[in-house]
Design a binder for this molecule. Structure first.
Ligand SMILES: Cc1cc2nc3c(=O)[nH]c(=O)nc-3n(C[C@H](O)[C@H](O)[C@H](O)COP(=O)(O)OP(=O)(O)OC[C@H]3O[C@@H](n4cnc5c(N)ncnc54)[C@H](O)[C@@H]3O)c2cc1C
Ligand code: FES
Length: 249
């Protein structure tokens, strides 16, 4: 059940590139969060619409969000300071199905936020492939190493880890069929490509579609996606979908 509440900013941390980590304190709602769910954050009082952000971590009564500064909302969010209060709506959306054993996690860019949460909640079980454009866009590698079973980093310019994108790194590692389900979050193109790859191999694959949203609660239809069962709202029916559900995969 989601709630609208005010949370206090406990910490704001500048990471590399345009990435920031936001730590919020609140009471009971944090206990009921699961990896894959998201919150709508009021990034500034001048904005009519809140912005959606996946849960990066939920521990010790705190909520963590990892975000990339993209436009005016995230820029404004980055200007908020410790002690400020922020209006928050959530937790929203469906969570990732709980992995039974080892799993493959694929993250591109800011998609690492929801994948980190999955890895942390299932510590030592995830074989992570994490890709970004360049070294400066790879964040929290040390923390990722601690929560993953195996960490493979890929950068498009080859400045850190293997050269190429995360999916290329995954495909080159597993030329046969990896006997594990796949969980992915990142750019839509990457999600569609990994869905096709997994479907082709008959592997379960869950993707988090982080598309544009307005209300976050199923009221405005701004986030609909075409599925094999008709149109679905990413905010209510997702953001986690099975690979085979989405048209185009
Ligand atoms: C369920 C969900 C979870 C998300 N989780 C995270 C997260 O954990 N960390 C994070 O950094 N971002 C996340 N996002 C994306 C984040 O919501 C947007 O980056 C943010 O709303 C941009 O707001 P803005 O006002 O700064 O940008 P705007 O001024 O609205 O837009 C700036 C630019 O960013 C592009 N943009 C805006 N939203 C998106 C989007 N959803 N996908 C791709 N491009 C976009 C716009 O097209 C435009 O080019 C998530 C989105 C969804 C739907
Ligand atoms: S964002 Fe309004 S219906 Fe999904």
């Amino acid at each position: 059940m989601h709630r609208l509440f005010k949370a206090r900013i406990v910490q704001t941390t500048v990471l590399s590139g345009s990435y920031r980590l936001l730590t919020l304190s609140s009471e009971e709602y944090i206990r009921h969060c699961e990896a894959g769910q998201f919150f709508m954050l009021q990034t500034g009082s001048e904005f009519l619409l809140k912005r959606p952000f996946s849960i990066f971590s939920h521990r010790g009564g705190l909520l963590y969000f990892l975000y990339c500064i993209r436009g005016k909302g995230t820029k404004r969010l980055s200007e908020l300071r410790e002690g400020d209060f922020i209006e928050v709506l959530g937790p929203l959306g469906k969570a990732y199905p709980k992995p039974a054993g080892d799993f493959i996690a694929l993250a591109g860019g800011s998609g690492i936020a929801s994948i980190y949460c999955l890895l942390e909640d299932n510590k030592g079980k995830g074989h992570l492939f994490y890709g970004a454009k360049e070294k400066g866009d790879i964040v929290l590698a040390d923390s990722l190493e601690k929560v993953s079973k195996v960490l493979t980093i890929a950068t498009e310019d080859g400045s850190l880890g293997v050269k190429g994108n995360a999916l290329e790194a995954l495909c080159s590692k597993y030329q046969g069929d990896p006997p594990m389900p796949i969980y992915a979050c990142g750019p839509k193109q990457m999600l569609m490509a990994v869905s096709r790859w997994a479907l082709d191999k008959g592997l379960p694959c869950y993707i988090s579609l982080e598309e544009h949203m307005a209300c976050g609660v199923g009221a405005c239809l701004s986030c609909v996606v075409e599925t094999r069962e008709g149109l679905k709202g990413i905010c209510k029916d997702g953001p986690i979908f099975s690979a085979g559900e989405i048209i185009g995969a």
